[in-house]
Every structure is written in structure tokens, then in C-alpha cells.
Write a protein that binds this ligand. Structure first.
Ligand SMILES: [Zn+2]
Length: 282
């Protein structure tokens, strides 16, 4: 496995570190940023980390706007993997809450606000979901899947998924989309899993970790490790623990894990906008 980070460094800092041929200028944005993909073991990564630490100390701000981790695998690593953590990259607005979906807040953690239970059908507008998409996530983490997606999983006897109806604001049931729900959300994340605020900040102050252990970090900073005795015999399931934060419309979310069988089905049926990281069982 090789680990990279795709990072958008503000141009004024990128200029201090690299010549103009390094990375890709992302136009129209103000302030302008440079998108780089660097190995987390590389000299470039080290240079960004050092400048970021200096800037954080001086101004409290970061030298980059956004980032995401990328893991690449050799053929044999992919063949021997049993589970994958999926990343749904098609994200849309509005959230269910903005459209009238009800959440029971009495089920949430009093400290980190994780674990609100949805009450009734998901009420949401699907008009901003792009075309030719079979799986999309609202900004609040509600997961929508196409009828094609549901049919493919049913035809292949995939276990662990259930589907909820989706309603418009006026109560009309959506024929094209369903809400993906899970039979099991009890897979426990091992402490071998690294979480933190960004690739340079492991959140040593535990700002984004709940003392009750339900919310375990703002973002994943490594592959996911799951405790074997909590692993369900299902093709798709969620972690017990949450990632992220409750802020405005944003809600902490659980990680989603799929079996190798389901990952192959996604690839064979060209289900787009899904990323796969190996999930380890320990
Ligand atoms: Zn909590």
C-alpha cells in the first residue's frame, strides 16, 4: 500500500515551496490554490508540514484549504483483501433536515451529539444529484441509492442492506431513489486506526473525540481496522463509531464497510463515484 495526500495549498505558500511546474493551479478560486498529490513519505509532504506548522504558530491558520488521503494498492494486496471501506464522493445538497426529515434527538450522545435517530421516511430533494449516479450522499450523511443499485444488490443476494422510501416535501414517494440503511452498525474500530484533524494534526487535544468513545475523530488518517469479534457475516455494514462533527447541518457519520464480493459487484457494474480502501480485520 502506498499513501498519498491530495492537498490544495494556497498559492502564496505553494510558491514558497515549489516551482510553478509542481502541482496544478486550480483557477477560478480566490485565493488561488495549487492542487498537489504527494506521498506522505515524501520530501514535499515534509516541506508542507513544516511550513504549515510555522504558519499555524504565527497566525493560527493552515497553508492549505482542503485535502484527502489516497491509498493505492498492488494487485496481490487487492486480491487478498477481504473487506473495503467505501468513500462516496458524490455529495449533494440540501440535507434531509432542510427538507423536513425528522430526527429524534433524545437518542443522541449528550456530549458529542452523535447518534440522532431518523424518524419516518427520509424527506429530501434529489434534483441536485448528478446524472448517471447510482449512489450519493447528502451533506448530512444520508445515503441515497438508485433503483438500479438496489436491483443489482438484490440479484446478487447481497446481505446487510435495507432500503427506505424517500419522499418529496409534499409527501410523494420517489420512484428512482431509495435510502440505503444498514442491518448492522456494530463493527468496532480498533485503536490501530489513526484519526485526526488533518494529515499534519493528530488532534492531540482530543478536540474531536468524545470521552464516551462514540465519536472517534474528525477524519480518518489511516486505513480502517476492525475488531474481528465484532465483524458481522454480512456484505455491507457500518462501524459502531462515528467520524466528523455535529455542526449546523453536518452530522457525525459512521464508516461503511463492504465485502470483497460486493466490491467486485460494484466494479463489474461500473457503480461510479465510489472509492475503496482496504479495511483490515484485527
Ligand atoms: Zn459522544
Amino acid at each position: 500500500m502506498q499513501e498519498f495526500v491530495e492537498i490544495r495549498v494556497y498559492e502564496k505558500f505553494a510558491r514558497q515551496l515549489f516551482d510553478e511546474t509542481t502541482g496544478e493551479s486550480v483557477g477560478a478560486l480566490t485565493p488561488s490554490v495549487r492542487k498537489l498529490i504527494v506521498s506522505t513519505q515524501s520530501e514535499k509532504f515534509r516541506l508542507i508540514r513544516e511550513l504549515n506548522a510555522k504558519e499555524r504558530l504565527a497566525t493560527g491558520k493552515s497553508v492549505f484549504s482542503s485535502w484527502r488521503l489516497l491509498h493505492t494498492y498492488g494487485k496481490s494486496e487487492l486480491e487478498s483483501a477481504r473487506y473495503f471501506c467505501i468513500d462516496i464522493s458524490s455529495i449533494f445538497e440540501p440535507s434531509g433536515e432542510e427538507c423536513g426529515t425528522l430526527y429524534d434527538e433524545t437518542s443522541r450522545c449528550g456530549i458529542c451529539s452523535s447518534g440522532d435517530c431518523q424518524v419516518g421516511n427520509l424527506i429530501i430533494s434529489t434534483k441536485n444529484i448528478g446524472r448517471n449516479i447510482d449512489v450519493a450522499r447528502s451533506i448530512a450523511g444520508e445515503i441515497l441509492v438508485s433503483t438500479r443499485f438496489c436491483n443489482i444488490l438484490s440479484e446478487n443476494n447481497i446481505s446487510g442492506a435495507v432500503y427506505g422510501a424517500i419522499e418529496s416535501r409534499s409527501g410523494v414517494i420517489n420512484d428512482n431513489w431509495r435510502q440505503l440503511k444498514f442491518v448492522n452498525s456494530m463493527a468496532t474500530v480498533s485503536n490501530k486506526t489513526k484519526t485526526g484533524i488533518d494529515p499534519f494534526d493528530d488532534d492531540l487535544k482530543n478536540e474531536y473525540r468524545c470521552p464516551r468513545g462514540d465519536l472517534i475523530g474528525l477524519r480518518l488518517l489511516s486505513e480502517l481496522y476492525i475488531l474481528s469479534d465484532t465483524l458481522p457475516k454480512l456484505d455491507i455494514f457500518q462501524t459502531k463509531q462515528f467520524f466528523g462533527l455535529r455542526s449546523g447541518l453536518l452530522r457525525p457519520q459512521r464508516a461503511i464497510i463492504v465485502s470483497k464480493k460486493l466490491q467486485s459487484i460494484f466494479l463489474n457494474h461500473k457503480i461510479r463515484r465510489l472509492g475503496f480502501d482496504v479495511a483490515h480485520v484485527v
